[in-house]
Design a protein around this ligand. Sequence first.
Ligand SMILES: [Zn+2]
Length: 270
Amino acid sequence: MCKYLYNCVKNHQPKYQKIKRGDVLDINNQSIANIINAQGDSRFVIICEHASHFIPSEYQNLGLNQTQILSHIGWDIGAQALSEQLSKLLNAPLIVQTHSRLLYDCNRPPSAASAVPEQSETTIIPGNTNLTPAQKQARADSFYYPFHQSVSDFLDHRQSKTNSIIVTIHSFNAIYNGVERDVDIGFIEDLDPSWSKALTLATEQIPGIKGAQNLPYSAFDGVTHTLQMHGTNRSLANVMIEVKNNLIDSAPGQLHFALLLDKLLRENLN
Ligand SMILES: [Zn+2]
């Protein structure tokens, strides 16, 4: 196991098989991490941990209905499509997680209660309640470790690995717990605020869009786990970008924000 993974599994048989770098499969031969545009020569490497709402059939939708799974609790609406557009514009590699965060939130360490959430906003997740430690470990083995191993392996072998910049792309709901969020796009840092600050300042020059630093979340909410593992721990620059999901829930919105982020990222590259 890679030095960037904590608590490497020693006494458990992982429920995945490693076929080749960047192609880690679960027990149904469903890839855990897809690497798109792997040869992209941009300094940016885009990661989208909440890209998918897919739940394999053996989990019986975790006791939820399809409407609940397709809502923002199951995935980051629009984030993968936006990331794919941005990957093309920047010619940057993109790594996407291919399963719902309700199975395992790959932006959380196994020690976090929210890694396998029993409740998301106001929705109880029946298939996640009262799991035994072994069942939680099995979720981490199935999703968390193979996903981050894929990211680590990719970064280990990347030609421009010493100056890559890690960008994670997420989306957030306009209303959370009944409160409307007064921000369109947020730039969040792990430890180094260089990129989050620069991107927030640059967004202030764009009419009609409200940008903010460390909103609607910040590192204090535990949302920078991926940045820490693959950015900060490797001394690579990093930033998390959160876009309001009703602005990127259709193709025109996704392209609009991809063009905007392409410009912002390129213009702030030294
Ligand atoms: Zn997210």
